[in-house]
Design a protein around this ligand. Sequence first.
Ligand code: PMP
Length: 413
Amino acid sequence: MMSVEWNSFFAKRTKNITGSQIRHFFALTEQPEVISFAGGFPGNDYFPKEDIANSLVHLVREEGRQALQYSPTEGTCDLRMVLSEKMYREGKPCEAENLIITDGSQQGIDLLGRILINPGDPVLVEEPAYIGGMSVFKSYGGITLGIDMDSEGPIPARMEQTIIRWTENNKKPKIFYTVPNFQNPTGITTSLKRRYEILALASRYNLVIIEDDPYGELFYDEDIPLSYKALDREDRVIFLGSYSKVLIPGIRIGWLAGPGQLIEKVTMAKQTADLCSSSLGQQLACKLSSEGFVDKHVNRLRKLYRQKRDVMIDSMEKYFPPDINYSRPGGGFFIWVNFPAYYPSSKELLDLSLKQNVAFVHGEGFSSNGGGWHSARFSFSQPSIEDIIIGIRRLGNIFYEVEASYSVKIAGH
Ligand code: PMP
């Protein structure tokens, strides 16, 4: 029997759809003996299972007619009201009608890609950037241009150079996608000064800013700077929020806030994507938010994740050779590690580490510019405190061995 040659059926645009390298070795890192700093998932132990179970029972029994039915494409009125109030409280005012509920913020990025990107369009992103965001832009034929960062965030001069260079080639970038708080993958937070500078550039070169902020509420030291959305006076910022990190990702509920014209287009695009987001998930998010539960839960999470962050940083200080550098994030889930240039590539280091049952994500996948070979992303959100210490100690031993074999090689020359 002849089987179907599927490749001949796929649409041309699918050649731009590539899997994330993180998913490739996911199966490996999920094995119980592996201590994984690879996944960027919330801590499983921190899900408020009982509270969620009780609320779900209540919603199904008492509000089942709505909670189990389809809901409006743009989201339930109640949840949009709750989120509008939240945006006001946080200094980034937004009316309920300027806000649409999405299936996680990932769908928000995807819908924006769908309505804003033509094949060949350049899209400015951070260097390194969130893989899931870049994959969306590429899947619509966009070309991601990485803007180098320092400890204050993306560097405006680099951004301007890139805009000018591409404009000269008749390909003016029109979008900047950014994760300004505790960025995935570096953990860097863009300073307030930088936000003003980047907004001024956006204004000068007529860029739209996509501000993706799933981690902003998870700050462990000081509160975050004002958001781009709060500073925007020209309706050029689209804000993406999510319940995934502050409550649970399993309900797949996020939101997108922006100007009316954009929301209208996003709503039409969403109609063909899913008709509506999970009604039950929206009702749950709405109930737990309006009862004040989510805020209380976030307070608890800050303490729990802060402890893990501190343990990972302390362990790196104690066990890593001193010439390895790493970011010191004030929140979120991620630490970005830079290895010295004489080390083997981070992919080779990962192979050595996996032999000792420790995983992290090597850096190239986060880069638009062919970089990341000597960098890696470490996440402290999922492993236990004990495993963080054991895993970092094991890696420290590997890295010291790498350095020792290099010294031997140099001495031999
Ligand atoms: N943006 C960033 C920066 C993320 O790290 C993630 C999750 N890894 C997402 C968006 C997507 O999250 P969700 O769709 O669950 O809201």
